[in-house]
Design a protein around this ligand. Sequence first.
Ligand code: GLP
Length: 242
Amino acid sequence: LRARDFENTGHGPLYRRLQTALKAIIDDGLLKVDDALPSERDLATELGISRVTVRNAVRALVDDGVLVQRHGAGTFVAPRVEQALSRLTSFTEDMTTRGMNPGAVWLEKSVGYATPEEAMALNLSPGTEVARFRRLRTANDKPMALEFAVVPKQFIPVPEEVDKSLYDALAKYGKKPERALQRLRAELFDYETARALGVPEGSAALYIERRSFLANGTPVEFTRSHYRGDSYDFIAEMQVDA
Ligand code: GLP
């Protein structure tokens, strides 16, 4: 990285341009997970800019969850979340097993009539009541995904009760899903979703659609999510056909 690579490019304050340049270096794999960032002083000297600028850029990347600071050790490229594709788990479980603190920012909790798409996905007749849950999901306060879950109202009699985990709320009524079909595809974050997640508009997203079912095959959940492409690895184990 050289000062001329970012000083005269883009808009906004210098620290923002340094932030973008550092993020690009990480996205390009030139700095990998757990690699240490040079010290603030070294970066400032090398680039011929002030330490305050370096500090602001680094702090912004820490806030975005791209870098982590470890006391006494320095600043490192933050680990990505590795998510197994073969096990049916909830976001709360996923984060808790990693020792992270799951959180949510609620955007919508409502009851309404199933749209044609929802009715199709949940195998409901038109006009059936559904509960809708739209949340920004966070791990240690870092935004990870935006999720929009739709559940037949009969399985979640009191939607207001859903506070933390949707699956825990379903479990309370004996309706925890046992099987799911999931579809993943690459997308780019639109302006609104990007803003909610604190990532640049047009950055990489993983769109995930989950339909989950009770043991008897009844659909319980139709969830459309956008996960941060810069923070997730999805892992599947594979075997050749028997
Ligand atoms: C994951 C899935 C969602 C599911 C959610 C439940 O995030 N992608 O389809 O609704 O887990 O998580 P929780 O029980 O924490 O609300």
